[in-house]
Ligand binder design. Structure first.
Ligand SMILES: Cc1cc2nc3c(=O)[nH]c(=O)nc-3n(C[C@H](O)[C@H](O)[C@H](O)COP(=O)(O)O)c2cc1C
Length: 364
């Protein structure tokens, strides 16, 4: 009998385990691919040259195995603006509030200007420049978490690429299926980062049902950090899992050590769902920044990309000076189970073994 972990996703990608790692760290991406999983590298904050270099670096280390790149394609940001123009759009009241937080918590100035001041969903022109590298390099899988990839499907398919779309609502999934997306990631409220308000257990089966006739595989995301979650996702009809928080504290991960410690200690209710970081609803670990923006005197967070620009000095300053008391990072509700710093290969084999045990118990 085939392994219960051998799914349509494994066939579509030629991989051994239906586990996708979303990561910003190239070393994690390569380790997961070489251990039999699949990786999608988040490149939203990188310049086109950096993206091209990272693709080359991965290709040199995975021996022809496929991989993915994720970009943010926001339709709600301006078409083209300089950072100076964007900074000038931030109202004085919001600036003053940011300065109040800076003084109250003695937040250090960043050593270097945050990446977000150059890249990362600031405007549509930058996103298109990044996307052109993905096409030039014919990256096997292009994934997008924010915004719809529908407009690029024809070109991607002509180049032999797959396009994956991450959705948080059934109606978004329907739109993507109609457009011809190759894989749908159904992401629930439990997830790290930008996410909608429907729980993983509710969204996944709904999108599996919506995609059934199309034959498009659906992958479950949001709160998946154990083999029990993997087995449950397959039981819900998903063809695999898409995971982010699981890899943040891996040995290969390039996050700084105090932040890894903060994440290893974090409990589910240390993660908060708020628009105070980017202007979109997002799950991140609680910090003084969140407490202040949740207070009565706080102004309403700005629309993207302005809130992201406003929060970026706080975030970068906390990282540059290793201020664990200030740090925040995207993390999902499954962070409770992320308690050890292990190599990525072991993280993958642990969840695979645990999922297989679950299936054994049901089948024996
Ligand atoms: C540190 C971090 C940064 C993330 N950044 C992005 C991003 O740039 N683009 C994206 O599509 N998803 C991003 N995500 C969300 C992941 O793609 C994924 O959907 C999410 O982590 C799944 O939930 P989980 O963390 O509970 O596994 C990020 C997640 C984490 C943990």
């Amino acid at each position: 009998m085939d392994s219960p972990l051998h799914t349509a996703l494994c066939d579509k990608l030629g991989i051994e385990y239906p586990v996708v790692a979303f990561t910003h760290c190239k070393d994690v991406a390569v380790a997961v691919i070489n251990a039999g999983g699949f990786s999608v590298l988040g490149e939203a904050l990188h310049t086109p040259d950096e993206i091209a270099a990272d693709i080359k670096w991965i290709r040199e280390r995975v021996g022809g195995k496929p991989f993915g790149i994720d970009l943010v394609l926001p339709s709600t940001v301006p078409e083209e603006k300089t950072v100076e123009q964007l900074l000038a759009m931030i109202p004085k009241g919001h600036r003053d509030f940011e300065q109040m937080i800076k003084h109250k918590y003695n937040v250090p100035d960043p050593k270097i200007a945050p990446n977000i001041h150059h890249w990362g969903g600031l405007d549509q022109k930058r996103a298109m420049d990044q996307l052109n590298v993905i096409f030039d390099e014919r990256v096997p899988v292009f994934a997008s978490g924010l915004g719809s990839p529908a407009f690029l499907l024809e070109r991607a398919h002509q180049l032999g690429m797959q396009v994956w779309g991450l959705v948080g609502k059934p109606k978004q999934a329907k739109r993507q299926l109609q457009a011809g997306t190759d894989v749908i990631i159904a992401q629930g409220y439990d997830a790290a980062g930008h996410t909608g308000n429907i729980g993983t257990f509710s969204i996944v089966p709904q999108i599996v049902d919506a995609a059934r006739d199309s034959g498009v595989p659906v992958i479950a995301a949001g709160g998946v950090t154990t083999g029990r979650h993997l087995a449950a996702a397959l039981a819900l009809g998903a063809a695999g899992v898409w995971t982010g928080s699981l890899w943040l504290t891996s040995r290969e991960s390039d996050l700084n050590m105090p932040l890894k410690e903060r994440l290893l200690e974090a409990e589910t209710d240390d993660t908060v769902y708020s628009d105070c970081i980017s202007g979109y609803t997002m799950r991140t670990t609680r910090s003084p920044w969140h407490d202040e923006w949740g207070s009565e005197q706080a102004p309403k967070p700005l629309q993207p990309p302005l809130q992201m620009i406003l929060s970026s000095n706080y975030i970068q300053g906390s990282l540059d000076y290793q201020r664990k008391d200030l740090m925040t990072e995207a993390a999902g509700q499954g962070i409770h189970y992320v308690t050890e710093m292990k190599p990525a290969r072991q993280i993958l084999s642990d969840i695979v073994e645990e999922a297989l045990d679950v299936f054994d118990r049901f089948c024996s």
